[in-house]
Design a binder for this molecule. Structure first.
Ligand code: NAD
Length: 355
């Protein structure tokens, strides 16, 4: 089992392993970078095949959070935690309290939130043991999904304007993969703006609702890649942009909420070569982290949502720079995120020297 020599290790600041004898909690918290602020990232509960897999996941995801917050202009660092276990059978209130105590040991360097396999109520239990939990209670920012959907909507708006030269959605066909918390909310926003919807989800009730309430056309799960649409919006799974699916896509734009959409980095180039504009996932889906960054005694939803809408400008500047530099939009997103980190690091170093 390796950490420092794992290929996902990227000079992470802290990687902490926690075990609680009483509840059987096995958790890993990774703090990638706190240059911009305390490391914030979700808590994933997953039945990992091996500890190596859990370590790789927490290292990769925490690094991703650093890039996401940096690009979004948010003053938060990157972190993530994983609980090793089956989220259907292994959850107990005591386990999440023990997890809360683990988070508390970092004294605020890491702030946890919900993620795959955990829910807002789980994190509310963890909150009994630590104040360092975000994205939970209403009155604070609550469920981040509506903000994420709002951000994805503005990312798509930027892409449609840039690629199709259209400043509104009238007649724009969007194929949405996944009608969950984000996907369905996105469909509502698109419908209101005049778009035509093509949808796919294995969950029949969500599909029926989209047909009935939003006039969507439903297609079989796998057929979503073959649609004659303007935009493909992946809002379900990761790694869905791969050799097989990219070959089938007939759209001009890919922009959606799913994390880690590219199966491999090289798939960004494959999309570019095919003339498809890819809006980098972590630029587009930053609405949740943006709204969480506004949490506090003076939380103002309207102001937070205005900043989320700024994803439109972030995306446009990525598209323009990628065009100028003739590289992929994914490369430019990484560059912009790293440039901000570097700038703040240098400013901090100068301040430290001066004091
Ligand atoms: P969710 O679990 O509410 O919804 C996912 C939906 O995808 C479900 O309806 C599910 O039935 C459907 N689905 C599963 N497999 C599918 C398939 N093969 N084809 C089509 N649909 C399929 O999740 P969510 O909160 O809406 O998040 C969606 C994606 O966005 C995830 O990748 C998540 O990591 C990412 N994301 C979410 C947020 C947020 O604020 N919720 C923030 C950033 C990123």
């Amino acid at each position: 089992m390796t950490v420092f020599s794992a290929k996902e290790f990227d000079n992470h600041e802290d990687v902490l392993f926690f075990h609680d004898r009483k509840t059987g909690l096995k958790a890993i918290i990774a703090v990638h970078d706190t240059t911009l602020g305390p490391a914030l990232g979700g808590t994933r509960m997953w039945n990992y095949e091996s500890e190596e897999e859990a370590i790789a996941d927490v290292l990769r995801l925490s690094r991703g959070m650093t890039y996401k917050s940096s690009l979004a202009g948010v003053n938060l660092g990157g972190g993530k935690s994983v609980i090793i276990g089956n989220s259907r059978t292994d959850k107990t209130p005591e386990l999440f309290e023990a997890f809360g105590r683990a988070v508390d040991q970092l004294g605020g360097t890491y702030i946890a939130a919900e993620d795959v396999g955990t829910t807002v109520p789980d994190l509310e239990i963890a909150r009994r043991a630590t104040p360092h939990i975000a994205g939970i209670t209403e009155g604070n920012s609550g469920d981040p999904s509506p903000a994420t959907a709002w951000g994805v909507f503005h990312g798509i708006r930027a892409a449609v304007e840039f690629e199709l030269n259209k400043t509104d959605f009238t007649g724009v066909k969007v194929a949405v993969q996944g009608l969950g918390n984000v996907g369905y909310g996105l469909c509502e926003l698109l419908k209101d703006a005049g778009a035509e919807l093509i949808v796919a989800d294995p969950y029949d009730a969500a599909v029926e609702k989209a047909i009935k309430n939003l006039g969507a056309t439903a297609v079989a799960i796998d057929a979503i890649y073959d649609q004659n649409a303007d935009v493909f919006a992946p809002c379900a799974l990761g790694a869905i942009l791969n050799d097989e699916t990219i070959d089938r896509l007939k759209v001009h734009v890919v922009a959606g909420s799913a994390n880690n959409q590219l199966a491999e980095d090289r798939h960004a180039k494959m999309l570019m070569d095919k003339g498809i504009l890819y809006a980098p996932d972590y630029a587009v889906n930053a609405g949740g982290i943006i709204i969480i960054s506004h949490e506090g005694p003076h939380f103002n939803r309207e102001k937070a949502m205005q900043q989320v809408a700024g994803i439109y400008d972030t995306c446009l500047s990525i598209f323009e720079r990628a065009k100028q530099e003739r590289v992929t939009t994914a490369e430019i997103a990484d560059k912009i995120a790293l440039e901000r980190l570097e700038r703040v690091r240098n400013e901090k170093a100068e301040l430290a020297l001066a004091s």
